[in-house]
Design a protein around this ligand. Structure first.
Ligand code: ADP
Length: 498
């Protein structure tokens, strides 16, 4: 470990967090502890909120929505607070990154880059707040004029996962706030710190009380109660497809709250023989290993043209073997720890299943022992059959399966051979091939000769069982609005009853 890493490593003193309702911090009656997955030491103590706490949070969000202290502001005023938040995030970037690394295990360099993206989300949403508008119809005849108003949905529940705790939060919160809604956030229980830290920053930026509230605790308790809450108008959930399905049931059984869902993926990366194979191999290795593959847009299925497949596999192996797995506080580290014990077990189980089902490991396939924490080597499986569990299931780890194709149609059919449709990537120098694949492959996010590129202008979300709705960009703000059609009569009424 180099000097910088030593300086930043956890001190062994855990930080206690309260939870945040109606502009005030509250203490939890019960707390639970979070260990750093990279260092095996307790780093945070988080409140186990109760259903009463959740009810208070929703009530505060409701009051703040109805009293107009937020939705009633001019968009320029909302925008100014979002911009101020961006400024404050710039000042606190390293501190937020530090806590993100401690709870999540991702490399510090990556965590800082993610916070830069979060800053950009607030800046983008500040602009979007001012651009949000409705429509008008001047073509309804002499006596009728039509207006289409966009109104904020109201109180939004936001449930976030542990893989990108702060980034997924910031791909949603600024856009929710830009629309004029208020929010109750329930972060993943293992990574609550940075969501709580945002509360102080928003308050300092001038956000009125009750607009941003955070309750902490498990998905089964406070998370589920949020999905079922009758006074929550919309729920944005990011996580597994299984829990996404339970959000749909909860909405149906409560108040039919509107849902935004970003769920699982088993994303294809299609590589044609005519692509720049060196570039493509680097993207393939990055696409599956970034954030240790704990990423819903990870490209976990490599679909490569038969004529170059043997050569290409070797290029990918050479890249994957060079990835630096290590202590996340070492600035040289490229991939850090697996975030939860359960996820660590899930990934290792899938690796064993892949071997047992007859797939062949070309690299990785094992834990990496750094003396503390839990790490897994980037793993490449070949000889993968479409019905193997490593071919069909979202593993959420650095485990890549290779498939081969001979024709463009076969590549498209392999790419679509999944219940998911979150993201896809295609590599070729032939523009018509690239566009044919882009048109036919079902995915909410598409990359041509690149991977995981983007910014807050571009919407996020999935096709098929990868979800409903879109986050970020203008689409992301509009998602948190509802439409009202207003009909204005300009003339004298023609009486129905003479
Ligand atoms: P993972 O399996 O990767 O942990 P989850 O979908 O279980 O992903 O978790 C994503 C988020 O959903 C977390 O904040 C978690 O606490 C929450 N969650 C888990 N189960 C439920 C549930 N039944 N209802 C609502 N939220 C849940």
């Amino acid at each position: 470990m180099n000097k910088m890493a030593q300086k930043l490593a956890p001190s062994g003193v855990a930080r206690d967090f309260g939870f945040f309702i109606d502009g005030e911090w509250r203490h939890g009656r019960e707390m639970f502890e979070r260990k750093s997955p990279s260092h095996d030491v307790i780093v945070t103590r988080i409140a186990r909120c109760t259903e009463d706490d959740l009810n208070d949070a929703v009530a505060a969000a409701r009051r703040a929505f109805e009293n107009g202290t937020w939705a009633g502001l001019a968009s320029s005023e909302r925008s100014a607070i979002l911009l101020k938040t961006a400024e404050l995030l710039k000042q606190r970037r390293d501190d937020i990154a530090f806590w993100e690394v401690l709870e999540n295990g991702k490399p510090i360099s990556q965590a800082k880059a993610e916070i830069d993206n979060c800053i950009s989300c607030f800046e983008m949403a500040a602009g979007a707040a001012r651009l949000l508008h409705g429509d008008s119809f001047n073509n309804l005849g002499e006596s009728l004029f039509g207006m289409v108003l966009r109104e904020p949905v109201g109180v939004v529940g936001l449930i976030t996962p542990w893989n990108f705790p702060f980034m997924i939060l910031c791909e949603r919160v600024p856009f929710i706030l830009a629309s004029g809604c208020t929010v109750v956030v329930k972060p993943a229980e293992v990574t609550s710190a940075t969501t709580l830290m945002l509360a102080d920053i928003l308050t300092e930026a001038g956000l009125p009380k009750g607009v941003y509230n955070v309750v902490t605790g498990t998905g089964k308790s406070v998370g589920q109660a949020l999905t079922q809450h009758p006074d929550v108008d919309m729920l944005s959930f990011t996580g597994s497809t299984g829990v996404g399905r339970s959000c749909i049931h909860a909405s149906a059984d409560s108040n039919l709250k509107k849902l935004g869902l970003e769920l699982g993926g088993k994303n294809p990366i299609v590589v044609f023989a005519d692509s720049d194979l060196e570039d493509a191999a680097d993207a393939v290795a990055f696409g599956i290993s970034f954030n240790t593959g704990q990423c819903c847009v990870s490209s976990s299925r490599l679909i490569v043209e038969e004529s170059v497949a043997d050569k290409f596999e070797k290029l990918v192996v050479a890249k994957m073997e060079k990835i630096r797995v290590g202590d996340p506080f070492d600035p040289e580290t490229q991939i850090g720890a697996i975030t939860t014990d359960a996820q660590n077990k899930t990934i290792l189980d899938y690796i064993e299943k892949g071997k047992a089902e007859g797939a062949r490991v070309l690299c990785g396939g094992n834990k990496v022992d750094l003396g503390r924490g839990q790490y897994i080597a980037p793993t490449l499986f070949t000889n993968v059959k479409p019905d193997m569990s490593i071919a069909t299931d979202e593993i959420f780890g650095p485990v890549l399966s290779v498939f081969r194709f001979s024709t463009l149609e076969e590549a498209i059919s392999l790419a679509n051979d999944t219940v998911y449709g979150l993201a896809a990537s295609v590599w070729t120098k032939d523009i018509s091939k690239a566009l044919k694949v882009t048109r036919k492959v079902q995915a909410g996010r598409f990359w041509v000769n690149t991977i995981m590129a983007g910014g807050p202008e571009m919407p996020l979300g999935g096709f098929k069982q990868s979800g409903w709705g879109r986050e970020a960009g203008m689409y992301g703000v509009e998602e948190y609005t509802q439409i009202k059609s207003v009909h204005v009569d300009l003339g004298k009424r023609t009486h129905w009853i003479a």
